[in-house]
Design a protein around this ligand. Structure first.
Ligand code: ZN
Length: 284
């Protein structure tokens, strides 16, 4: 015979309450409650002033029950990185990281957890920023166009004064510099970064070319003051249109690999009166 929990006047009402507690617990993230010994009932004949004490019985039941918490672990490879309350949140965390192109995006998954202790839970936004890893840019020497064979179109000598200030169109890794190569002269600077990265106008000016041009692929040419032009080649999308006036820092296109190119990068040229200058005299 077990211990006496107490007296109840309504067995089915009390048992329903207990069943409900076992099924759902009484707190956040409780999946179920395990109770090894369920109460038994015996009919008693008592004096009429003996009080039924359902509440006390219920409290005692709670002390012998073991709540199991249900939550979700977001995993990277085989490692549980952090925990969230619901499946939806776990899915949102992973979707958020995919959207941000986090470099661990293909290793992420989630698993359902049952435990007698609730893990520390992280909200979706915090989880995304904790797990985010900057995408890695592959540094490869991409084949590129923009080679000139005559010194007429290229200034490999001294820096000339542009009379305007330029700003970097993209951030990235320099994969090919301006200047002499075995087969000619590279007329621009190659900056590798992820496809789709915004390309910003180096200075204000008028777009004098926006379209496909041979080995340049999708090309934008902006004509600035003082005979200065900037070329943005191998673009994926072209946003600025021919004739459009653009301001410095305005997104004009996105990085791509069109034309004679084997990987996403920006081929940037700076020309003065048609003569290609070394972009690194001014930028990067
Ligand atoms: Zn190039």
């Amino acid at each position: 015979m077990g211990n006496l929990f107490g007296y109840t006047s309504d067995k089915s009402k009390l048992q329903n309450e207990i069943n409900e507690y076992i099924k759902n617990g009484d707190g956040d993230n409780i999946a179920f409650v395990q109770i090894d010994t369920l109460p038994e009932y015996k009919i008693c004949l008592l004096k009429k002033d003996n009080k039924a004490n359902d509440e006390e019985i219920f409290e005692k039941i709670k002390t012998i029950g073991t709540p199991y918490y249900k939550y979700y672990a977001v995993t990277e490879g085989a490692v549980e990185k952090l925990y969230v309350a619901t499946k939806e949140e776990a899915e949102n965390v992973i979707a958020g990281l995919k959207e941000k192109n986090s470099s661990n995006k293909d290793k992420l998954a989630y698993v359902e957890k049952y435990n007698t202790e609730l893990a520390e839970l992280t909200d979706t936004e915090t989880a995304v920023s904790k797990l985010y890893e900057k995408p890695v840019v592959q540094v490869t020497r991409y084949a590129s166009t923009g080679y000139a064979n005559t010194s007429q179109t290229v200034n490999t000598g001294a820096k000339v004064n542009l009379g305007i200030t330029l700003a970097k169109p993209v951030s990235g890794v320099i994969t090919s510099r301006f200047g002499s190569r075995g087969r000619g002269t590279h007329t621009g600077l190659d900056i590798a970064t992820n496809k789709g990265t915004a390309i910003k106008a180096a200075a204000s000016g008028r777009v004098t070319y926006s379209g496909t041009k041979g080995t340049y692929g999708n090309l934008i040419i902006i004509t600035h003051s003082n005979g200065v032009q900037t070329y943005y080649a191998h673009c994926d999308k072209l946003y600025a249109t021919t004739g459009e006036q653009v301001s410095q820092g305005q997104t004009i296109a996105t990085v791509g690999s069109t034309g004679n190119s084997t990987g996403p990068h920006l081929h940037l040229e700076i020309r003065v009166n048609g003569i290609a200058q070394n972009p690194q005299n001014y930028l990067y």
